[in-house]
Design a binder for this molecule. Structure first.
Ligand SMILES: [Fe+2]
Ligand SMILES: [Fe+2]
Length: 254
C-alpha cells in the first residue's frame, strides 16, 4: 500500500489509497480515493473484495472506519462494488450509486439495508459539514449506462471513474501523467471499446463546462495533472468510440 496525498489544507484532504502491486485474483488494479473534510470521510469506488483489506490498511493511516460517512460508487462494476458488503459492516456510511443500479447491487451479497441511495440521472451533490459540497456530475455511458463522476471544488480534482483509466500499473511507474502524448497508447484501446459514443462524450464535456480542474483522477492507472489533464479532455473531444465504431459481426472499425 502506498498512499498518495493529492490535496491538503486545514480542513480538507484528498488521498489516493493505492492498492499493493500484486492482486491474488489477477484482476485489474484499481485506485481508491478518500476525501476527508473536517475529519468526516467520503470513500470513492472502494474496490473489489480482494483489495478491501489493503484499502482499509491505507485508510487507517488517516481515519477510523466510523469516520466514513459516505461511499460514492461511480457505477456498478465488480472492481468498484465487490467489497461493499464488508464496508457496510465496518462503517456507518450511506452509499450513493445511480438509481439504475440500486436493484442490481444487492446481488453482490449485500445485507438488505436502507443505506443504499439512488442518484437521479441529472446528478446532485454530497453536502459537507460547513455548507461546502462535492458535485455529482452525470457521465452516462462513459462507460456505464448509469455513471457519475465526482468533482471537488476545493481541491479542483475531477474523480473520473473509468474515464481516463489505463490498464498499466507497477511500482516503477509514476502515479501521475505529465506528458499526455506518450500516454495515449495506454488508454486508446480501452476507451475506443468501453466508452459508448462520441455523443456521450460531448454531453459529458458540456456538463463539465469550465470548472477549473487541477487533476483528473481515474479509477485505474495514473492521475492526470496540469496540462496533461487538459490534453486528456481535448483528446476525448475528438474520440470516436463504442457504437460509433460497431460493425455487423461484432467487429469494430479502426
Ligand atoms: Fe467499469
Ligand atoms: Fe473500473
Amino acid at each position: 500500500m502506498r498512499n498518495i496525498e493529492l490535496y491538503r489544507d486545514d480542513q480538507h484532504l484528498c488521498i489516493l489509497l493505492n492498492e499493493s502491486e500484486e492482486l491474488e485474483e489477477g484482476g485489474i488494479h484499481s485506485n481508491q480515493y478518500l476525501i476527508l473534510h473536517q475529519g468526516n470521510g467520503i470513500l470513492l469506488d472502494p474496490g473489489g473484495f480482494g483489495v478491501m483489506p489493503d484499502v482499509l490498511d491505507g485508510l487507517l493511516e488517516y481515519c477510523e472506519p466510523k469516520d466514513i460517512r459516505t461511499i460514492f460508487l461511480s457505477h456498478q462494476d465488480p472492481d468498484i462494488v465487490g467489497g461493499l458488503a464488508s464496508w457496510l459492516e465496518l462503517t456507518p456510511a450511506e452509499v450513493f450509486i445511480s438509481r439504475l443500479w440500486i436493484r442490481f447491487i444487492p446481488h453482490y451479497g449485500l445485507p438488505s439495508s436502507g443505506r443504499l441511495h439512488g442518484i437521479e440521472d441529472t446528478g446532485g451533490a454530497i453536502l459537507l459539514e460547513d455548507g461546502a459540497s462535492l458535485e455529482i456530475l452525470p457521465a452516462h455511458f462513459l462507460h456505464s449506462e448509469g455513471n457519475f463522476q465526482l468533482y471537488d471544488p476545493v481541491s479542483r480534482i475531477l474523480f473520473s471513474g473509468d474515464l481516463g483509466a489505463s490498464e498499466i500499473s507497477g511500482r516503477e511507474l509514476s502515479p501521475f501523467v505529465d506528458d499526455f502524448a506518450t500516454h495515449i497508447s495506454n488508454i486508446e484501446g480501452f476507451h475506443r471499446r468501453y466508452m459508448a459514443s462520441q455523443r456521450a462524450i460531448a454531453a459529458w464535456l458540456a456538463t463539465l463546462g469550465d470548472r477549473p480542474i487541477d487533476l483528473i483522477a481515474p479509477q485505474h492507472g495514473p492521475i492526470y495533472r496540469g496540462q496533461a489533464a487538459l490534453d486528456l479532455l481535448a483528446w476525448l473531444e475528438n474520440l470516436h468510440c463504442g457504437v460509433d465504431l460497431l460493425q455487423p459481426g461484432g467487429m469494430f472499425v479502426r
